[in-house]
Design a protein around this ligand. Structure first.
Ligand code: NI
Length: 154
Protein backbone atom coordinates (compact mmCIF):
# COMPACT_ATOMS: atom_id res chain seq x y z
CA UNK A 1 0.00 0.00 0.00
CA UNK A 2 2.48 2.65 1.15
CA UNK A 3 5.87 3.20 -0.49
CA UNK A 4 9.01 3.23 1.62
CA UNK A 5 10.69 6.61 2.08
CA UNK A 6 14.24 7.09 3.36
CA UNK A 7 15.09 9.98 5.64
CA UNK A 8 18.13 11.09 7.63
CA UNK A 9 18.09 11.67 11.37
CA UNK A 10 20.57 13.66 13.44
CA UNK A 11 20.99 12.23 16.90
CA UNK A 12 23.48 12.43 19.78
CA UNK A 13 26.00 9.59 19.60
CA UNK A 14 25.34 8.50 23.19
CA UNK A 15 21.60 8.44 22.64
CA UNK A 16 21.95 6.33 19.50
CA UNK A 17 24.32 3.95 21.29
CA UNK A 18 21.76 3.51 24.05
CA UNK A 19 19.03 2.95 21.48
CA UNK A 20 21.08 0.32 19.63
CA UNK A 21 21.69 -1.54 22.90
CA UNK A 22 17.98 -1.53 23.71
CA UNK A 23 16.84 -2.74 20.31
CA UNK A 24 19.51 -5.45 20.19
CA UNK A 25 18.19 -6.81 23.49
CA UNK A 26 14.70 -6.86 22.02
CA UNK A 27 15.91 -8.73 18.96
CA UNK A 28 15.51 -6.13 16.22
CA UNK A 29 17.71 -6.85 13.22
CA UNK A 30 17.89 -3.19 12.22
CA UNK A 31 17.10 0.32 13.42
CA UNK A 32 14.45 0.96 10.79
CA UNK A 33 12.01 -1.61 12.11
CA UNK A 34 12.61 -0.44 15.70
CA UNK A 35 11.88 3.17 14.71
CA UNK A 36 8.78 2.10 12.76
CA UNK A 37 7.50 0.30 15.88
CA UNK A 38 8.11 3.40 18.02
CA UNK A 39 6.06 5.47 15.55
CA UNK A 40 3.29 2.86 15.57
CA UNK A 41 3.27 2.91 19.39
CA UNK A 42 2.83 6.67 19.23
CA UNK A 43 -0.10 6.30 16.80
CA UNK A 44 -1.70 3.74 19.12
CA UNK A 45 -1.25 6.10 22.09
CA UNK A 46 -2.96 8.86 20.08
CA UNK A 47 -5.78 6.48 19.20
CA UNK A 48 -6.35 5.84 22.92
CA UNK A 49 -6.32 9.56 23.74
CA UNK A 50 -8.70 10.51 20.95
CA UNK A 51 -12.43 9.96 20.72
CA UNK A 52 -11.97 7.18 18.15
CA UNK A 53 -12.99 3.60 18.76
CA UNK A 54 -10.14 1.34 19.78
CA UNK A 55 -9.57 -2.17 21.13
CA UNK A 56 -7.63 -3.79 23.95
CA UNK A 57 -7.55 -6.53 26.54
CA UNK A 58 -7.91 -6.37 30.31
CA UNK A 59 -6.24 -9.18 32.24
CA UNK A 60 -7.02 -9.77 35.91
CA UNK A 61 -5.98 -12.41 38.45
CA UNK A 62 -8.03 -12.82 41.61
CA UNK A 63 -9.00 -15.21 44.39
CA UNK A 64 -12.65 -16.01 43.85
CA UNK A 65 -13.05 -16.83 47.57
CA UNK A 66 -12.51 -13.17 48.48
CA UNK A 67 -15.73 -11.89 50.03
CA UNK A 68 -17.98 -9.92 47.62
CA UNK A 69 -15.34 -9.97 44.89
CA UNK A 70 -17.18 -12.09 42.32
CA UNK A 71 -20.34 -10.01 42.78
CA UNK A 72 -18.38 -6.76 42.41
CA UNK A 73 -16.63 -7.98 39.26
CA UNK A 74 -19.92 -9.07 37.72
CA UNK A 75 -21.59 -5.80 38.66
CA UNK A 76 -18.89 -3.68 36.98
CA UNK A 77 -18.79 -5.91 33.90
CA UNK A 78 -22.55 -5.50 33.48
CA UNK A 79 -22.21 -1.73 33.47
CA UNK A 80 -19.71 -1.98 30.57
CA UNK A 81 -21.55 -4.76 28.74
CA UNK A 82 -21.45 -2.85 25.45
CA UNK A 83 -17.65 -2.67 25.56
CA UNK A 84 -17.00 -6.36 26.30
CA UNK A 85 -16.54 -8.45 23.16
CA UNK A 86 -15.38 -11.68 24.77
CA UNK A 87 -14.28 -13.05 28.15
CA UNK A 88 -11.87 -15.89 28.81
CA UNK A 89 -11.91 -17.38 32.30
CA UNK A 90 -9.34 -19.91 33.51
CA UNK A 91 -9.45 -21.54 36.96
CA UNK A 92 -5.74 -21.47 37.78
CA UNK A 93 -5.95 -23.46 41.01
CA UNK A 94 -8.34 -23.93 43.94
CA UNK A 95 -8.30 -20.19 44.72
CA UNK A 96 -7.07 -18.20 41.76
CA UNK A 97 -8.82 -17.21 38.58
CA UNK A 98 -7.40 -15.57 35.47
CA UNK A 99 -9.75 -13.53 33.36
CA UNK A 100 -9.02 -11.86 30.03
CA UNK A 101 -11.59 -9.46 28.64
CA UNK A 102 -11.43 -8.31 25.04
CA UNK A 103 -12.81 -4.78 25.03
CA UNK A 104 -13.71 -2.29 22.30
CA UNK A 105 -14.94 1.29 22.44
CA UNK A 106 -13.73 4.79 23.27
CA UNK A 107 -10.23 4.70 24.75
CA UNK A 108 -11.02 6.80 27.80
CA UNK A 109 -14.05 4.68 28.66
CA UNK A 110 -12.01 1.47 28.32
CA UNK A 111 -9.36 2.93 30.65
CA UNK A 112 -12.05 3.76 33.23
CA UNK A 113 -13.38 0.22 32.93
CA UNK A 114 -9.90 -1.28 33.45
CA UNK A 115 -9.19 1.03 36.40
CA UNK A 116 -12.43 -0.01 38.10
CA UNK A 117 -11.73 -3.72 37.65
CA UNK A 118 -8.09 -3.57 38.69
CA UNK A 119 -8.79 -1.49 41.80
CA UNK A 120 -11.41 -3.86 43.26
CA UNK A 121 -10.32 -5.32 46.59
CA UNK A 122 -9.06 -8.86 46.06
CA UNK A 123 -7.82 -8.40 42.50
CA UNK A 124 -4.18 -9.48 42.86
CA UNK A 125 -2.97 -8.15 39.54
CA UNK A 126 -4.53 -6.43 36.59
CA UNK A 127 -3.34 -4.91 33.38
CA UNK A 128 -4.87 -3.11 30.44
CA UNK A 129 -3.18 -3.75 27.11
CA UNK A 130 -3.87 -0.91 24.71
CA UNK A 131 -3.67 -1.99 21.13
CA UNK A 132 -5.22 -0.78 17.91
CA UNK A 133 -8.00 -1.51 15.45
CA UNK A 134 -5.16 -1.41 12.93
CA UNK A 135 -6.93 0.98 10.58
CA UNK A 136 -4.68 3.94 11.44
CA UNK A 137 -1.48 1.97 10.81
CA UNK A 138 -0.28 1.19 7.28
CA UNK A 139 0.25 -2.48 6.48
CA UNK A 140 3.70 -3.85 7.26
CA UNK A 141 5.88 -4.56 4.26
CA UNK A 142 4.33 -1.78 2.25
CA UNK A 143 2.70 -3.52 -0.69
CA UNK A 144 -0.31 -5.78 -0.91
CA UNK A 145 0.40 -9.46 -1.33
CA UNK A 146 0.35 -10.01 -5.09
CA UNK A 147 -1.75 -13.15 -4.95
CA UNK A 148 -4.61 -12.03 -2.76
CA UNK A 149 -5.02 -11.67 0.97
CA UNK A 150 -2.44 -13.18 3.30
CA UNK A 151 -5.24 -14.69 5.32
CA UNK A 152 -8.98 -14.81 5.06
CA UNK A 153 -11.88 -15.19 7.45
CA UNK A 154 -13.67 -18.01 5.62
NI1 NI B 1 -12.25 -19.43 38.26
Amino acid sequence: MSDLVRFGVSIEEELLKRFDEEIEKKGYSNRSEAIRDLIRDQIVAEEWESDEDTVGTITIVYDHHTRDLSANLTHIQHSFEGEIKSVLHIHLDHHNCLEVLVVAGKGKLLQQFADQLVSIKGVKHGKLTMTTTGSAIPTKGGHHHPHGAEHSHE
